[in-house]
Ligand binder design. Sequence first.
Ligand SMILES: Cc1ncc(C[n+]2csc(CCOP(=O)(O)OP(=O)(O)O)c2C)c(N)n1
Ligand SMILES: [Mg+2]
Length: 575
Amino acid sequence: MTTDAQSQELTDGFQLVIDALKLNGINTIFGLPGIPITDLTRRAQAEGMRVISFRHEQNAGNAAAIAGYMTQKPGICLTVSAPGFLNGLTALSNATTNCFPMILISGSSEREIVDLQQGDYEEMDQLAIAKPLCKAAFRVLHAEDIGVGIARAIRAAVSGRPGGVYLDLPAKLFAQTMDAEAGKKSLIKVVDPAPRQIPAQDAVQRALELLKRATRPLILLGKGAAYAQADADIRALIERTGIPYLPMSMAKGLLPDTHEQSAAATRSYVLAEADVVMLVGARLNWLLSHGKGKTWGGKDHKDWGGQRFIQIDISPQEMDSNVRIDAPLVGDIGSCVSALLAGIGSNWAKPPADWLRAVAERKNKNLAKMAETLAKDPTPMNFHSALNVVRDIIKANPDAILVNEGANALDFTRSIVDMYQPRKRLDVGTWGIMGIGMGYSVAAAVVSGQPVIAIEGDSAFGFSGMEVETICRYNLPVCVVIFNNNGVYRGTDVNPTGGPDVAPTVFVKGARYDKLMQAFGGVGVHATTPAELRRAMEEAIRSRKPTLINAVIDETAGTESGRITSLNPQSAKKK
Ligand SMILES: Cc1ncc(C[n+]2csc(CCOP(=O)(O)OP(=O)(O)O)c2C)c(N)n1
Ligand SMILES: [Mg+2]
């Protein structure tokens, strides 16, 4: 080594990871420290990154995933090896299923020892385990490859159909040093990380022809449409065609739910009756009964209802996954929708009046029925009377982000609480997963700075409840409302043996979740009436203080599995 080389400035693995992320505009890490990444969290904070520490990696992972959904940049979750990595994996897998871009970065143990299975501290072949559960997985062994590793992870997460990426960083990498100048040159600023994918013109024409011939057309908006951030064009497409539309859960608010073309209040009618359906970033999975069966007007559960489908999706493989797609339109949603708009022009004939009339009649009847139910004020409070309050609060605060999980607490909220702006409703998504609540809430507040309202079943809350400390620690404007009905679905099950154990779906009765929040300096409120709930929510929005409201709900009010009772196998041997 020359004297020159000895005096040169050095950089190391820690620094290169931080520099690579920052170079790509990633300034927030959601994680949980420990060997070997403790110093990475410290140094990232020292370098001006926002490092949000959680109490469990699953919640950090969920935070990263939803940050990715909200920003179109991969959310970063940072964990320790084996158990920390595994704790983050559920979120990574859920992100991939939901097409949210995130990168799970986990430290790992010494390669030679792991590969010979000689029993290292937190030994695990993490790369192999992550691979089948995410979109892509990479490992970096040398400091000079960190730039490439991060670039590949970013591209894999956000390009094409977004998803979760795993990046394995062995402990030894962090302390590796190299020449600072060479290190800087090794980093890659990713150019155009999610390139547009322009649809073929003949595919656009085919879609327009089919749409034009429809007599009972319907548009379905999925969360892919919300993710695309093509809000104005999507609205123009709906309004210029005059076609009734249905938003999937997280597409609510893409157009205000009060829009006159929304057919959400008469979902079962339009799904069964439509003759041409255009799917925009929505997949024909279980949430849409796979595009067939009785929901779609078919005779039995696998019977095709006779609809013709146009599907806009970035992934060509999505087409025909459940039923025939007559007009596949493959490309990014923004480009596809703008190509359709160009083809539609300004004198597109509105759908036949009898179809619009039939939809409007049923919709208005159902809305009137709902208004009647919401106006009731029963004692004890039930889902409807509590959600009537939440509905008003969101209406008055359309900027607020609504996080939602549970069974009845989910289904009733989705159908009762109108959303007014895109990407404001964050929920259990494709899997119907419990446990996203506090992770999503933390990220939503951190990313947007807007108030967050989390409507949580008491069971759902339990999966991530300890993160109320995180909410208090970062002083986030999050108002958690627990719909406390003493259990999973209901609080009324009994142990048929008469033994001392309560039924498997039942919790401690009358639990005071509000005191949990008070333990960390947040505001805890016990609410047993809509008036108390309203006062507490208004105060939470006004003060922006971390708040948890224990909203006591009639324990008999829910139904088994909420709205998806039909998916719940039950013993044929009923007593
Ligand atoms: C990770 C995970 N575990 C278990 C379930 C099954 N599950 C669906 S909803 C639910 C909880 C429902 O109870 P609660 O949140 O209290 O809502 P309620 O119906 O009582 O309003 C559970 C455990 C799930 N969806 N995800
Ligand atoms: Mg419950």
